[in-house]
Design a protein around this ligand. Structure first.
Ligand code: F3S
Length: 380
C-alpha cells in the first residue's frame, strides 16, 4: 500500500497512518471493525478539503463499514433552511465523493443509535468527539480521538496504529468526580462543561450519576468540547468501571454551585433568534419527549426553532415529527454548528454545552444556554 501498488488514494491513506504511528510510537497497525468520519460540512472543510477529498476518492474505497458526521445542510430541505445554492452545490459534491468511496452518507453524530454500534473491546477509528467518547465509555469499544483525515485513512486501509486508547492500560481513570444535585438531563450537559476544563485530556470516574443513553451523549459531548475528554467511567454503569483502581486518585466534588457557574460561563445573551436542539442529534426517545411536551401548544413568539436529528430517527417518528413541525423545523443531516447559521442569525439558544462552546467561534453567535423546556416554554 505504501509503495502505491494499490493506488494513489490508498497510498496517501497509508502514508498518513504510518506518520501517525511514528508520532505516537505505535508498534503495529491493528484491524478496525468500523469508522466514523467528521469533516463533512463545506463550511468547515472549505475548498482545500474538497480538493483533497476529490483526489482521494478517485481510486480509494473504504474497506470497513463507515458512517458520516453531519453536513452543512439538510440534504433534502436546504432551501427551507435559507442555505445558498453555491454552498449547497459544494456540499453535494462532498457527499458525492464520500458516497463514491463507499461511505454510508448517514450524516449524523449519533451513528451508534442507527446501526454503527461496535461491540465491547472492538477496535474502531472514529472522529466526532462526542460519538467517540460515547462508544469508548458507554459501549467499551476502543478508539482514539481521531481527526477526520485519520479516520478516513483508517477506513480505507481497514486498520489504525495501536496507541492511546487502543491499549487497555491507557483507559484507566485518572480522577474521581463525586456528583451531587443532578435534577434533570440538562444538568448532565452542565456537568460535562464543569468537568472538562478540570480534567483536560484525562479520564474521569463519576460517582453519583446514573444517566441513560441520552444523558451519556450530552455528558460526553460537553466534556469533549470544554476539555478534550475522549473517555470516562460511571460507577456501576459503564462496562470498564468495575476494573478501575481508584486508590490514590485525586477526587473532586461537583454540585449545584459548579453547575450554575458552568451555565453562566456559557450564557452571553437572553433573547434567541434561533433555538436549536439536538446536539448531539436527537434520539427517538428525545423526539418523543419533545413531541409530548409540545402537543397542542401554540408558539407565540416569532423565533426559528430547529430540532436536529438523523434522517433515520426522523423516519421512525413520523407522528411526532408532525407535532414538532407545527412548532419549528425537524432538520436532518446537519446541526446548528456546522450549518452556516451566521448568515441569518446572531443569537442562538440551545441546551447543549457542546454547542454553546462552538457557536461563538464557529458561528459568530451569542448564546442562550438553557434546558429544552425553558427555551421552548419561552416561546409560548
Ligand atoms: Fe453533533 Fe453538531 Fe453537536 S455534529 S455533537 S450536533 S456540534
Amino acid at each position: 500500500m505504501l509503495a502505491g501498488e494499490e493506488g494513489f488514494g490508498c497510498q496517501r491513506a497509508m502514508e498518513l497512518l504510518v506518520a501517525l504511528g511514528k508520532i505516537y510510537d505505535a508498534d503495529r497497525l491493528i484491524p478496525i471493525v468500523s469508522a466514523h468520519l467528521s469533516g463533512v460540512s463545506y463550511k468547515t472543510m472549505g475548498e482545500g478539503g474538497l480538493l483533497f477529498l476529490k483526489e482521494l476518492s478517485g481510486d480509494a474505497r473504504v474497506t470497513v463499514p463507515t458512517t458520516l458526521n453531519p453536513a452543512g445542510m439538510d440534504l433534502q430541505r436546504w432551501r427551507g433552511m435559507g442555505v445558498d445554492a453555491n454552498f449547497a452545490a459544494k456540499q453535494i459534491e462532498i457527499i458525492t465523493c464520500y458516497s463514491h468511496m463507499g461511505v454510508e452518507t448517514t450524516c449524523t453524530c449519533t451513528p451508534y443509535v442507527i446501526g454503527n454500534l461496535p461491540g465491547i473491546g472492538e477496535h474502531v477509528a472514529w472522529a466526532e468527539s462526542s460519538a467517540l467518547s460515547f462508544i469508548n465509555s458507554a459501549v467499551g469499544a476502543m478508539t482514539n480521538r481521531e481527526g477526520g483525515p485519520g479516520a478516513l485513512a483508517a477506513a480505507i486501509v481497514g486498520a489504525t496504529p495501536e496507541y492511546g486508547l487502543h491499549l487497555k492500560e491507557n483507559r484507566a481513570a485518572t480522577i474521581v468526580i463525586e456528583v451531587g444535585d443532578i435534577r434533570e438531563i440538562f444538568d448532565l450537559s452542565l456537568l460535562g462543561q464543569a468537568v472538562g476544563p478540570i480534567v483536560g485530556g484525562g479520564i474521569p470516574y463519576f460517582r453519583g450519576i446514573h444517566p441513560e443513553l441520552e444523558g451519556m451523549k450530552l455528558l460526553a459531548a460537553a466534556m469533549a468540547a470544554s476539555g478534550s475528554v475522549a473517555m470516562f467511567h460511571v460507577e456501576g454503569l459503564t462496562p470498564e468501571s468495575d476494573e478501575q483502581v481508584l486508590d490514590g486518585l485525586e477526587a473532586i466534588s461537583i454540585g449545584r454551585r459548579e453547575l450554575d457557574v458552568a451555565k453562566e460561563s456559557l450564557q452571553t445573551a437572553d433573547e434567541p433568534e434561533l433555538i436549536a436542539l439536538g446536539c448531539p442529534h436527537l434520539t427517538v426517545k428525545e423526539v418523543r419527549e419533545l413531541a409530548k411536551m409540545l402537543e397542542g401548544k401554540q408558539r407565540v413568539k416569532d423565533v426559528e426553532v430547529w430540532f436536529c436529528t438523523s434522517r433515520s430517527v426522523r423516519d421512525e417518528c413520523t407522528k411526532e415529527v408532525e407535532v414538532l413541525e407545527r412548532f419549528g423545523k425537524v432538520v436532518c443531516d446537519t446541526c446548528m454548528v456546522v450549518a452556516p447559521i451566521e448568515d441569518q442569525y446572531s443569537v442562538t439558544g440551545t441546551n447543549s454545552a457542546k454547542a454553546c462552546n462552538y457557536l461563538p467561534t464557529l458561528c459568530s453567535q451569542k448564546v442562550v444556554c438553557a434546558s429544552a423546556r425553558e427555551l421552548l416554554e419561552g416561546l409560548m
